[in-house]
Design a protein around this ligand. Structure first.
Ligand code: CDV
Length: 310
């Protein structure tokens, strides 16, 4: 057995008017609770420092730039970094990143992995951006990630930490099995992800119970098929009247849910994960080296949409 305490810190709503200071204070409180309950790692949600602003239509950078951080750690993040280093606890944090790439301003939906010593171990920039560039014209279904963010340019990296090799992804990425398989092929033993999932489906009229079912389905199959632990953290509840699902959870490499939140508010769940469980499964049913047949998977990387054979 190789056991390590992992926590998922779910957040209730962050409203448009809530200050970063107030929001980060909530994160620090949950970090402290996680550490007191034996966790050495915490997963926080996607875009954890602000409301889920891509639901709103903005035209000018001066209107949406206030949601972005320009430094890591930014001033707002500093209390979280300081407390985590003091408590010797690592964390995953999602936020909106504004940066320069080759002299051009770029904006990403980003997560960082911060080690128990307070150093930044790695960064991921969201690849599967949902929604539209142009507004659909119905505030209930507006989801403008493609308007505000560039597609991530870092691939799906994994990072060796004192506890395990960790891979990161963000929200909609979890619906795409390629996300997890690429990280698993780079040795990920733990997948960390944050999400903001509206209770109403932006793509079609789907009941809430299916939203939650599809969420669980993605996480459980990702864990099982890649023999890895999954840490999934929601920002949920009603943000200024816009409802988002909860259901933050920790899933074992067997696909079993071992811990799950019960509220749509700030809530911490902790589980002592046996990293050997995943290693055992990767030596048997999911021994990639022995059983994968990539020569028959060409379409996965060579095609985007469906191409019918001649
Ligand atoms: N923030 C997200 O990526 N949300 C998507 C919704 C819009 C489909 C999700 O996959 O939950």
């Amino acid at each position: 057995m190789r056991k390590e305490g992992f926590a998922v810190a779910q957040m209730g709503p962050v409203h448009l008017q809530d200050s970063r200071e107030k929001t980060v204070k909530r994160l620090v409180e949950m970090l402290t609770e996680a550490q007191s309950r034996g966790a050495t790692w915490v997963t926080f949600p996607e875009l954890a420092l602000t409301t889920f602003f891509p639901r709103y239509v903005y035209d000018k950078p001066s209107e949406y730039d206030p949601f972005f951080e320009e430094a890591t750690p930014s001033k707002a993040m500093q209390p979280l970094f300081a407390e985590a280093a003091r408590l010797k606890i690592g964390f995953y944090l999602g936020y909106a990143e504004k940066t320069q790439v080759s002299g051009t301003v770029r904006r990403f939906n980003t997560s960082i992995l911060v080690g128990p010593d307070g150093s930044i171990i790695g960064k991921y920039r969201k690849i599967h951006l949902p929604g539209t560039i142009e507004p659909v014209g119905d505030p209930e279904f507006e989801h403008l990630e493609k308007r505000y963010f560039d597609v991530g340019d870092l691939g799906f990296p994994t990072f060796q930490t004192p506890a395990a090799r960790i891979g990161m992804c963000i929200c909609n990425d979890r619906r795409w099995p390629e996300t997890f398989r690429v990280m698993a092929l780079a040795g990920a033993e733990v997948f960390m992800l944050g999400y903001n999932t509206p209770s109403r489906n932006i793509h079609h009229n789907e009941p809430v119970h299916l939203r939650e079912f599809h969420h669980r389905l993605c996480l459980q199959s990702a864990a099982y098929q890649n023999a890895a632990w999954v840490m999934a953290s929601a920002k949920c509840g009603s943000e200024d009247g816009f409802d988002m699902i909860g259901g933050s959870m920790i899933v074992a490499p067997t696909g079993e849910i071992v811990a799950k939140t019960v509220s749509e508010d700030d809530e911490v769940i902790v589980y002592r994960c046996d990293l050997e469980l995943g290693a055992y499964i990767r030596r048997s049913v999911f021994d990639f080296e022995r059983h994968r047949r990539p020569e028959h998977y060409q379409a996965i990387v060579n095609q985007v949409g469906i191409e019918l054979p001649e």
